[in-house]
Write a protein that binds this ligand. Structure first.
Ligand SMILES: [Zn+2]
Length: 317
């Protein structure tokens, strides 16, 4: 008696689940219209969003290709990229025929975040109430133009008392804010609101319109180069942010402007990101671009090392 090997059993399960998977819903959840042509699904490509319907998917085989940007692959790869889950998890979802994040996407569109009640805009002239906040803002290289363009404010009292506030808008919706201690004495340097969605968006990405962009950790760092940088609000890009970056469109090169530890942590993400765009690592002498200033950061960016297979291998050590 011969038993099928575990591998062939897996492959058979997959084949039977492929055509049952809700491919149509997976794509429409990305905001693209989906049509049919013969036994194929045809859509605007969820990655490059080219205006022609260049994306073809065979539900029976699970194979897909965009004839414009030439991205292609199998079913688990598509699920992995669109939902921001690992390949293994994507294969499980395929087997379970589920799109688990559909509800979460709807929920996160509800605007629920508000600025603190004590928030006041940082304005001129300086007076006894805002002077110390202006002093801190200048030290972090925030100009009046930036303060106005980003609605920077402050709280004199309350939960966020003694903190400078940088609101985090994503396309006109407030998704979070960063409340920075200006005394450097509080135990939590940066506070974000309960329910803040800073992990689901990339600060300032919605304002960028260039092929080469710079990824930094914090909003202050980002505002050193407001026309070029976006902030991840953390030590790395998470999957949701990674997808947002890929779907932003038009980006060809990303400089990862993080400290060395963060770059090492993010090596897997670097590898994933580099399947879509060129990635260059910018190793900074200090962890904080806003203390270095615009010119120093740009010099480091210019000297950045191109991520190659060798570099990635070294980073994973
Ligand atoms: Zn495409």
């Amino acid at each position: 008696m011969s038993w099928p090997s575990p591998l062939s059993r897996t492959m058979r399960t997959m084949a039977s689940n492929l055509s049952a998977y809700p491919w149509h819903a997976l794509l429409t959840n990305q905001g693209v219209e989906v049509g049919e042509s013969g036994d194929q699904l045809v859509a605007v490509c969820p990655f490059c969003r080219h205006h022609r319907t260049s994306f073809y998917l065979s539900p029976e085989k699970g194979l897909w290709i965009c004839k414009f940007c030439n991205r292609k692959g199998n079913g688990p790869k598509l699920i992995s990229l669109l939902l921001g889950v690992s390949y293994r998890h994507a294969a499980e979802l395929l087997e379970g025929r589920s799109i688990p994040y559909a509800t979460e996407t709807e929920e996160r569109e509800k605007p629920t975040i508000q600025l603190p009640e004590e928030y006041e805009p940082l304005e001129l002239p300086e007076h006894v109430g805002n002077k110390r906040f202006w002093r801190y803002a200048r030290r972090r290289r925030l100009t009046l133009d930036l303060v106005e363009a980003y609605d920077v404010g402050f709280c004199r009292s309350g939960l966020y008392g003694g903190r400078l506030i940088i609101p985090f808008y994503w396309k006109d919706e407030l998704v979070s804010f960063f409340a920075r201690d200006i005394t450097n004495k509080l135990s939590r340097k940066v506070m974000t609101p309960f329910g803040g969605k800073q992990g689901q968006f990339l600060f300032n990405l919605d304002r960028l319109n260039r092929k080469d962009v710079i990824a930094v950790e914090g909003a202050f760092d980002c505002l050193v180069l407001p026309s070029r940088a976006f902030a991840s609000s953390g030590k790395r890009l998470n999957n949701t942010q990674l997808i947002q970056l890929v779907q932003h469109g038009g980006i060809e090169l990303v400089y990862l402007c993080w400290d060395e530890d963060a770059v090492r942590d993010a090596s897997e993400m670097t590898a994933r990101l580099s399947t879509f765009v060129d990635v260059k690592l910018v190793l900074l002498p200090m962890t904080d671009p806003s203390h270095l200033g615009r010119d120093a950061v740009l010099r480091a960016v210019a000297a950045a090392e191109r991520t190659t297979a060798t570099t990635r291998a070294r980073l994973q050590v």
